[in-house]
Every structure is written in C-alpha cells, then in structure tokens.
Unconditional design. Structure first.
Length: 258
C-alpha cells in the first residue's frame, strides 16, 4: 500500500485534509517536548498563548501544585514562568520530579493545536525522535502530512530541513507518493548533505539562539534518533495534552544505514 506524504512549510498556509500529522518545531518546542518525556515527564499541555498557559496552570495546580509552567516569547521565559524553552535547562530541572507541564511558545504549540483541530492523530516530532515518529505515522497509513511550525507565520530553514529528513526516512521505510511540498523539503534536506547541525546554526532562528547563548541547545536538537520516544496529542482529555505513545528500542545499526 502506498502512503501519500505532504509537507506544509508555513503554519500560515491552509492545512490540507490528512489522516495524521507530524508537527515540527525543532528550535525548540518539539525538541523540548521530547526532552520532557525522555526525562520522565508524563503529561504536557500545549497552549496558544502565555495568558492561556497561566490560567490552565492555575486550574491544574488546584489539584496538583507541582505543575511546571514553561515556554517562551522571543526565545526567553515569560515573566512568572518556571523556565523557558531550553531542553537542557528542562533536563537539569529533572522532569521526573514535576511530571505535568503547561507550555506556551511562539510557534510550536500553536502549530500543534492547529493540526489537532482536524481531529486526526498528531505526533510532535524533532530530529531526536525522527525515525520512531515517522515509522509510527507510516504504520497508520493513508495521507501523512508534516507541518513546520516555522517562525512568526513564515517558513523557517530549520524546520524545513527537519521536514526533509522525515520525508527521507518515510521513503526509506515504505512506498510513498510525495507532494510538491514534500519534494521541496526533501531536496532542501539533501542540499545540506546530512549536516543538520550546520543547517540549524545557519537559520535565522539559530543565529538568534547563538547570540543568546543557546548553542548547546542546538547541538542537542541536531542529534538524530537519540531518543526512541513517540508522543501524541490527546484530544480526548478535558484539555488537549501530549502523552507518551510508546518507546522503541534504538537501533544503532539501522541508523548507520540511513
């Protein structure tokens, strides 16, 4: 059976109908989400605004006072947040001690909720869990769409390259038919000859993060298939939340062949 693969390079575009979405914000929301679950987190609530995040954290804190409030505006923590959008700062805090979190970011959380509005499976994805997430989407079959969170409503090099990586993985795992958007992302990925770290650091967002001292975050984000965690957006909960779907054993030999 042939699956179709589409890539939407900008969150401002109208989304096509799809059977499932892979949503990317590699710098840094979906990478930070991956770190949250790899570090022992249990449930993460994405919100569309700082105000909505504060309100939801306050409601959840009535039953659990240890809910973590994290996110960013202009790459830095908003006032009153426990931390920003840094995966390494999150891991240093140890998510296993505060296993529920509310998150608001400029691009990533909004993109997730936009894809989720279709009512189909949504998997947040980054380079660290790229193969496991792509394989999960491919197993579901049908029309797989990839949404790049981009930056400030426009396409972004970092997410576009990561989308191309996902398309490359999907092609290597089964028969797929690519849309023009998917072909564009694939060619962008191949133009970097596997140098994901270089692409991240060359992007507008990457240069801004370097200037703010977050170079280590980008090195972490560029590690391909370092995590085997797949997580998805659960729309059946009282509030949309992201939960772990499964853990796959990492296969170093498979990664060498890619």
């Amino acid at each position: 059976m042939t699956a179709s693969v589409d890539v939407v390079l900008s969150p401002a575009e109208e989304l096509p109908d799809a059977d499932g979405w892979l949503v990317i914000d590699i710098l840094r929301a979906t990478t930070t989400m991956c770190a949250f679950f790899e570090g022992g987190g249990r449930r993460l609530y994405p919100t569309a605004s700082i105000e909505a995040a504060r309100e939801l954290r306050d409601r959840l804190a009535e039953s659990d006072g240890s809910v973590l409030l994290m996110g960013e505006r202009n790459a830095l923590p908003p006032e009153g947040f426990d931390l920003g959008n840094s995966p390494l700062e999150l891991l240093a805090l140890d998510p296993s001690r505060r296993r529920e979190a509310v998150m608001a970011t400029t691009n990533g959380t909004k993109a997730l909720l936009k894809a989720g509005a279709q009512g189909v499976p949504v998997w947040p994805v980054c380079a660290r869990n790229a193969s496991a997430s792509a394989e999960t989407a491919l197993a579901a079959g049908g029309h797989i769409a990839i949404l790049c969170a981009g930056r400030k409503g426009r396409s972004a090099l970092d997410d576009g390259v990561c989308a191309g990586l996902l398309v490359d993985i999907l092609r290597s795992r089964g028969r797929v038919r690519l849309s023009d958007g998917a072909e564009t992302a694939l060619r962008l990925w191949r133009s970097w000859e596997g140098d994901l770290a270089g692409a991240l650091r060359s992007s507008d967002h990457g240069r801004d993060l370097l200037a703010l001292g977050f170079g280590a975050d980008m090195d972490y984000a560029a590690q391909r298939d370092a995590a085997g965690t797949v997580f998805h957006l659960d729309l059946g909960a009282p509030h949309p939340c992201i939960v772990t779907e499964t853990r796959r054993r990492r296969d170093p030999e498979r990664r060498k062949k890619q």
